[in-house]
Design a protein around this ligand. Structure first.
Ligand code: HEC
Ligand code: HEC
Ligand code: HEC
Ligand code: HEC
Ligand code: HEC
Length: 158
């Protein structure tokens, strides 16, 4: 009788461990995605995120602006859209979780409508492709990795 309770307890404990493990482990992995797939008009780019973050010896802040005060970095595309068009302007206030994020582009916490001179200058905020090309290539030029005019297909699928 007792023996049966012990084996039931053991089985339940194992199932619990597997369930908790299955819940916890993928979440840990999501904090540092292994690969990031980027679909764009230049052809799909598969970015080996984990190799860059762990094997090549860089800090998270070498690529993620570190002064946003978030553990989970904001998607680059919430600030670096493909163009700063009417669609971005209409939707962007909902794309940010806190005032600190607004302050990357606005000089004060914005309360619209804004005077023309208080609007951020989009010339100083790179669009998505420019930000990525700039960041990927300037680091590669310094530290190794593909860059330059013949390097396109090292990152882009044909
Ligand atoms: C070599 C540059 C680089 C390094 C180093 C780096 N990341 Fe990233 N990370 C990126 C890029 C680029 C993306 C893709 C963002 C996108 O597609 O908009 C990304 C995406 C992410 C995402 C997915 C969220 C999102 O914005 O789409 C998380 C979470 C993340 N990184 C966490 C980390 C952590 C934690 C570290 C440090 C252990 C780290 N990264 C180091 C470049 C880097
Ligand atoms: C909260 C908004 C925000 C997020 C999120 C963001 N950026 Fe930026 N980024 C900016 C702004 C604003 C600038 C313009 C200059 C500045 O303030 O640094 C900029 C500038 C840049 C530049 C050019 C200047 C430099 O540092 O070389 C690159 C490259 C860049 N961002 C890449 C990225 C990448 C890659 C990600 C995602 C991993 C990202 N940014 C996420 C707002 C953001
Ligand atoms: C990636 C840069 C960026 C970030 C981050 C950002 N904004 Fe903006 N914001 C802009 C740009 C660009 C404009 C439009 C300038 C123009 O119309 O020429 C703008 C315009 C505005 C306007 C004026 C709209 C109008 O038509 O008068 C308000 C209000 C505003 N932003 C609020 C916010 C708030 C609130 C946040 C944070 C939750 C925020 N912004 C974060 C770039 C940004
Ligand atoms: C902070 C520096 C840094 C940044 C930013 C960076 N890389 Fe790299 N990358 C490297 C280094 C260093 C290597 C070379 C590793 C080697 O040869 O051992 C490399 C190698 C590569 C390679 C060839 C090997 C591999 O891992 O597949 C590709 C492709 C690549 N990077 C893509 C990208 C893309 C795409 C981005 C932008 C989203 C990016 N890298 C941003 C440092 C960087
Ligand atoms: C180090 C890797 C890397 C190299 C080398 C590279 N690119 Fe890119 N490219 C990217 C990334 C990352 C993006 C942005 C992906 C995104 O926005 O999701 C991108 C985006 C683009 C886009 C899309 C623009 C848009 O707005 O949709 C074009 C076009 C492009 N690249 C052309 C080129 C050409 C031409 C070359 C060679 C001269 C080149 N790329 C070399 C990584 C690279």
């Amino acid at each position: 009788m007792k023996m049966r309770y012990i084996s039931i307890t053991v089985i339940v404990a194992v199932m619990l461990l597997v369930a908790v493990g299955g819940y916890v482990l993928p979440q840990v992995r999501q904090d540092v995605p292994a690969r990031v797939v980027m679909d764009n008009s230049g052809g799909r780019v598969i970015f080996t995120h984990q190799a860059h973050a762990q094997d090549y010896g860089f800090e998270c802040a070498d690529c993620h602006h570190d002064n946003i005060g978030q553990e989970q970095p904001l998607a680059c595309g919430s600030c670096h859209p493909s163009t700063f068009d009417a669609k971005f302007r209409a939707g962007h206030q909902k794309a940010f979780p806190n005032e600190e994020a607004c302050m990357r582009c606005h000089s004060e916490v914005p309360e619209g409508p804004l005077a023309a001179e208080d609007k951020p200058d989009t010339e100083n905020i790179p669009t998505r492709a420019d930000a990525f090309h700039g960041q990927c290539m300037s680091c590669h030029e310094q530290s190794g990795g593909p860059y330059g005019k013949d390097s396109c297909y090292a990152c882009h699928a044909r």
